[in-house]
Design a protein around this ligand. Structure first.
Ligand code: 9MR
Length: 357
């Protein structure tokens, strides 16, 4: 299969670049008490258990073992995004996502693509596109075909459009994509292009704060309805579920239930529960850790309450606290199910209990 190697199509050959230096991980400033041994999460879940990974994580033998033991599906944390793939001259590189895909194949794990169209990710190559050579819409199509086509037959699904709803839930985000291709049409086009590139991959609209902001949730649900009415090939909805430990109980469960109303697949796609983001209001760490465990339980229970055929996957945004993106904000945060040394935490046990351990 010949795929575009640049935004301009096939004319210039891409070459493999070296992987970008990965964000340095801070040593864990806090470590929570692990619980006694827990069976692997994927062994108790009647649905795929996902985790975010970076290519560099796979070179850490202890982390690689933990990933293989606990997870059945991998989401590249950032190396399948435009920021990694598209070079400034419009050519593509795939070294890091290929390494993740190869690891997934070797270990029999699923691969979930993240993310094709994101308001937060544009590229100088798109901004300075030579439209004498290729139209904007064709370059957009070339990109989606190159990325989705490369993992065709392997990727189980894709976040096609990420975070389309405005921060406050009032309408949709403004972006290079919406400006050039239309506020609604750029989304439909992305789904159509992705479907053409891999007819078997499940295609998702993904967003965050749906449990925190009812207005954002309702705009998201109306957008899903509208995409379906326009015939966009949308198979599922993703709720990232980056929550803080002071999240009002019940709202995550309500969100998962409401997302199921279309009969589409549901992906809890980036789960973590931040301690630090709640600390201003609730200074007692032990209390926050209890709330964190309760939220892990609530999320698992809500996911189990879905009809089995709608449970696409439950993905954590990393397994060990030491790799969490939230460490960059506050090194003392501990949002994930495993300690820095790979031991399951009370939160992991609370999750497992609701899955039916
Ligand atoms: O965790 C990811 C971090 O390592 C990257 O630097 C960042 C930008 O690519 O994206 C983070 O992941 C985000 C995800 O792609 C979309 N939802 C929010 C996640 C956390 O910011």
């Amino acid at each position: 299969m010949i795929l575009p190697s640049s935004l301009y199509g096939f004319s210039r050959r891409g070459f493999l670049g070296s992987a970008l230096a990965l964000g340095a991980c801070q040593p864990a400033a806090q470590s929570q008490t692990p619980v006694a041994a827990l069976p692997p999460l994927k062994s108790i879940a009647p649905f795929p258990v996902g985790t975010a990974v970076q290519a560099g994580h796979l070179n850490d033998p202890a982390l690689a073992r933990l990933i293989v033991a606990q997870a059945s599906q991998l989401t590249p944390e950032w190396e399948m995004k435009m920021e990694y793939i598209v070079r400034d001259d419009g050519t593509f590189r795939f070294e890091a996502p290929d390494a993740i895909a190869a690891f997934a194949r070797t270990h029999g794990l699923g691969l979930f693509g993240h993310t094709l169209v994101w308001y937060a990710q544009t590229s100088p190559a798109f901004e300075r596109l030579d439209e004498g050579r290729v139209s904007f819409a064709q370059a957009y199509r070339n990109y989606i075909h190159a990325v989705v086509g490369r993992y065709r037959g392997q990727a189980v699904g894709w976040d096609v459009v990420n975070e389309a709803v405005a921060e406050d839930g009032e309408g949709w985000r403004d972006s290079l994509w919406s400006q050039r291709l239309g506020a609604f049409d750029h989304m439909v086009l992305a789904f159509q292009n992705a479907r053409e590139a891999d007819p078997n991959a499940r295609l998702f609209l993904n967003d965050y704060n749906l449990e925190l902001l009812p207005k954002k949730r309702s705009t998201f649900l109306r957008l899903v309805e509208r995409l379906l009415a326009a015939g966009a090939p949308l198979d599922g909805v993703g709720t990232q579920t980056h929550v803080a430990a002071d999240q009002t109980p019940g709202e995550m469960a309500r969100t998962v239930a409401e997302l199921a109303q279309f009969g589409l697949l549901v992906h809890v796609s980036e789960f973590d529960v931040s301690i630090s983001r709640a600390q201003g209001l609730i200074p007692n760490r032990a209390d926050l850790e209890r709330r964190q465990a309760a939220l892990y339980g609530e999320a698992a229970e809500a996911f189990m309450a879905l009809p089995p055929q709608q449970r696409f996957a439950f993905s954590f945004w990393g397994l060990r606290d030491s790799e969490s993106w939230l460490k960059r904000e506050d090194a003392s945060d501990t949002p994930l199910p495993f300690t820095a040394s790979g031991e399951p935490k009370v939160a992991a046990a609370a999750w497992a209990k609701q899955i039916g351990l």
